[in-house]
Design a protein around this ligand. Structure first.
Ligand SMILES: [Fe+2]
Ligand SMILES: [Fe+2]
Length: 456
């Protein structure tokens, strides 16, 4: 028998089969779903929640995974099944699988549904015996290429997870802006991944751009015209913030929550008047959870509207409410650093205690410019803001490292330059972007919210 001829024939059959597959299913659809995002709903040291998105005719809500390292012969893939539900204002489905019973600080290989690309995830350590890194930021995508760029920069540092503080896809909960979420979730799949194929999980609070009309509660902005009054029910919140509740498994209702990592870290996700009033129930809850965590060395409150804004006027009533209700609790319960967003530049305050600079105080780091157009420092301030130590009109992320009881923050811009560090290493100089710009008197004190979308 002519072996070569036989092989050629087999090749032809194989090519023909491949061609048929290509015609019936685009190659991309076989390798990858339409988007992906990982997060946690419970203990990040032993669980992982995996979300991916497909057309409605794909109802395969399962994943296969196995611990690394593995023996190719003996270690079989484990199947975990989950559920799928409607992607709001879309004909797509959200698939969600929560894997439990994992080992802490361990890498796993996985693939989702029938998609063939193999990726990795990593559980969090049970103790902070190794450096834990978090890429922190907010105000994520005016332009998808800006989001991609900062995602890629952050991924190079191998962060354990990303912590965003709202203003994500700038869809404002609107049906006609669903495409912004499609692009966003494709970006999290493509670019929130380390060089060795590990997908980086995401946690996020609500921002005004997750909500119909912006600040739903108490806001009298004209974008609220024609929208129903605030009721506070779960149904109403899902109506005004449909994408946030469907796409972010954590914190879910009521729109704020706390996630504990062993006994070394607690991430506190708060809502600055978007779905829940700052004062009242949320403040009472905050006091309770801070009181219960007085022995936890790292507590990071994360929310959208800043108590100490870098661009907007600090007398703005939402900032006032954060200062009146939450700041005294951060001070009382020994919080060291708080993450704020919304103003679209980089800022770091001096340590603040009782509205004064005090080395025993709380440092506020923000102000949300992961992938948005930046603004002018102090633009709506009437005078020099005494509380600002550093600021820079730069897209950036905050590389937060905790190790034992230590905290360290390195601010890195979209080009990979270090623009600030806290606590600062002696004798370092970040002069090219050091903020000591003269304070210009504000020419416009009215802030135009719509500018955020106009900047595209
Ligand atoms: Fe915002
Ligand atoms: Fe924003």
């Amino acid at each position: 028998m002519n072996v070569k001829k036989h092989t050629n024939k087999l090749h032809l059959i194989w090519l023909h089969t491949l061609l048929l597959l290509f015609l019936n299913h685009p190659v991309q659809a076989q390798l990858d779903p339409l988007g992906m995002m990982l997060t946690w709903q419970q203990d990040p040291t032993t669980t992982m929640t995996l979300d991916w998105y497909t057309p409605a005719d794909n109802q395969n809500s399962f994943i296969e995974y196995r611990a690394i390292p593995f023996d190719e012969e003996e270690d079989e893939w484990v199947v975990a099944s989950g559920d799928h539900f409607e992607f709001p204002h879309s004909d797509r489905l959200i698939h969600r699988v929560e894997v439990t019973g994992l080992e802490p600080d361990k890498e796993y290989q996985f693939r989702v549904g029938e998609f063939t690309r193999i990726r990795k995830f990593r559980t969090m350590p049970a103790e902070a015996l190794r450096p834990v890194r978090i890429a922190v930021g907010g105000d994520v995508r005016h332009r998808i290429e800006w989001m991609d760029q900062t995602n890629r920069r952050a991924a190079r540092y191998d962060p354990d997870f990303v912590l965003w503080g709202g203003d994500l896809a700038y869809a404002d909960g609107m049906e006609e802006r669903v495409y912004r979420w499609y692009e966003f979730l494709e970006s999290t799949m493509r670019t929130l991944m380390t060089d060795d194929g590990r997908v980086i999980p995401v946690l996020s609070s609500l921002g005004n751009h997750e909500v119909l009309g912006g600040y739903y509660y108490r806001d009298e902005h004209d974008r609220r015209d024609g929208l129903p009054e605030f009721y506070g029910s779960e149904e109403h919140k899902e109506m005004i913030s449909p994408y946030y509740y469907a796409l972010f498994a954590f914190p879910g209702h009521p729109g704020y929550g706390v996630l504990d990592f062993g006994d070394y870290l607690s991430v506190v996700i708060l809502d600055t008047d978007h779905n829940n009033p700052i004062d009242g129930e949320q403040t009472e809850w905050l006091e309770e959870i801070l009181n219960e965590r007085q022995d936890i060395p790292h507590i990071f409150p994360t929310y959208h509207n800043p108590a100490y804004p870098s661009v907007r006027n600090p007398e703005w009533d939402s900032s006032d409410r954060v200062r009146e209700n939450w700041v005294p609790l951060f001070e009382e319960y020994g919080v060291r650093v708080v993450f704020e967003k919304h103003d679209h530049i980089y800022k770091r305050t001096f340590p603040i205690l009782e509205d004064q600079i005090n080395s025993k105080g709380v440092v506020y780091i923000g102000d949300g410019a992961w992938g948005v157009g930046t603004r002018e420092i102090g633009r709506s301030h009437e005078e020099h803001a005494w509380y600002l130590d550093r600021a820079a009109s730069e897209r950036h992320f905050i590389l937060t490292t905790i190790h034992g009881a230590h905290q360290h923050f390195l601010m890195i811009n979209e080009d990979g330059q270090i623009i600030d560090e806290y606590p600062q290493t002696p004798h370092t100089d970040f002069s090219p972007v050091r903020m000591a710009e003269p304070w210009l008197p504000a020419e416009e004190t009215e802030f135009d919210e719509d500018e955020e979308m106009d900047s595209e």
